[in-house]
Design a protein around this ligand. Structure first.
Ligand SMILES: [Zn+2]
Length: 310
């Protein structure tokens, strides 16, 4: 008996479908099903799981009723999941704990606001210039952030301009006068500063008798980063130890962390910064770091060391 071609094709497909169905049934009946209890694969053969507890004791609810314990029934519905991705270890947390400090903020320590500039860490490149400067009114009488050069304004990296304006306005609102005395300084300006201060003090290395810098060699001044600012008040432009008594700088020391700034060279940390105490020099590090550093009395060198930056 001969069938037409379409009929043969349909019969062929039906035979194949039948073959698949039979094979599938056979497979399901013969393959052992598996179950998961406490993350361990075991045969679902009614045998008592041997690795359900470490103590070797039989779990209390393995009753004689023949029913699987509740826990096991629940567990059998659990979908096999890959092990949860382990959180990357944070060495800074361990280091902080060793020093009795709370967990430091989870930050990318390579971001721009954490750059370390000191006598041992010059700018990179040494003649670095901020990519964009902002020009701010020195007494905070206007809050405009200008982007074109104005010799009557103070320069900072534009990325810290808004937090700085906010801090200055808050200080003024507290009734205290403000004067932005010195912000960004180029390599050339710092080189000239260094020469002048060394000459005036009869020194060549920029250091006082205690071995702390009173002026930084060109390339090693944080001012070249544009991320810091010397703030005095309008009536005390000369920066000396008397400034520590000024209500303006005292207010700033107390509140600067709220705006992402820290007092960079405290008097009690000269053994770490190797810079004389400067009550007027504020450095932007962002709010998270500033709050952690201030609450735990850390300077930037100590903070960065937690993250392995030495
Ligand atoms: Zn300064």
């Amino acid at each position: 008996m001969r069938y037409s071609r379409p009929v043969r094709i349909i019969l062929g497909i039906l035979c194949l479908a039948l073959l698949f169905w039979v094979t599938d049934r056979w497979y399901n009946n013969s393959v052992m099903s598996y179950d998961i209890v406490n993350g361990v694969i075991k045969k679902d053969s009614g045998e008592k799981p041997t690795d359900i507890s470490d103590s070797g004791e039989e779990p209390a609810d393995m009753s004689d009723s023949g029913e699987a314990p509740e826990e096991e029934q629940e567990a059998s519905a659990v979908v096999v999941k890959p092990a949860e991705e382990a959180k990357p270890e944070r060495p800074e947390v361990k280091k902080a704990a060793e020093l009795g400090l709370p967990e430091p903020p989870e930050i990318d320590i390579n971001e721009w606001q954490y750059v370390l500039v000191n006598g041992d860490h010059p700018m990179d490149p040494i003649d670095y210039e901020p990519s964009e400067l902002a020009y701010l009114n020195m007494t905070g009488d206007d809050t405009e952030i200008m982007t074109t050069f104005d010799p009557n304004r103070q320069m900072v990296d534009i990325r810290i301009a808004q937090p700085l304006v906010n801090m200055v306005q808050a200080c003024k609102a507290a009734g205290l006068p403000v004067y932005l005395s010195s912000g960004y300084r180029s390599y050339a300006i710092q080189a000239a500063n260094f020469e002048r201060v060394c000459y005036n003090n009869g020194i060549t290395d920029g250091k006082n008798a205690e071995g702390n810098y009173i002026t930084m060699p060109a390339g090693c001044s944080e001012h070249q980063s544009g991320l810091c600012i010397d703030i005095t008040d309008y009536y005390h432009e000369i920066k000396n130890d008397e400034l520590a008594q000024l209500p303006t700088v005292q207010w700033l020391a107390e509140h600067c962390a709220d705006y992402g700034f820290v007092l960079r060279f405290p008097y009690d940390k000269t053994n770490i910064t190797h810079v004389m105490g400067e009550a007027w020099h504020f450095r932007y590090v962002g709010e998270e770091a500033a709050k952690y550093m201030t609450e735990n009395n850390l300077v930037l060198e100590e903070f960065l060391a937690l993250y392995g930056v030495e």
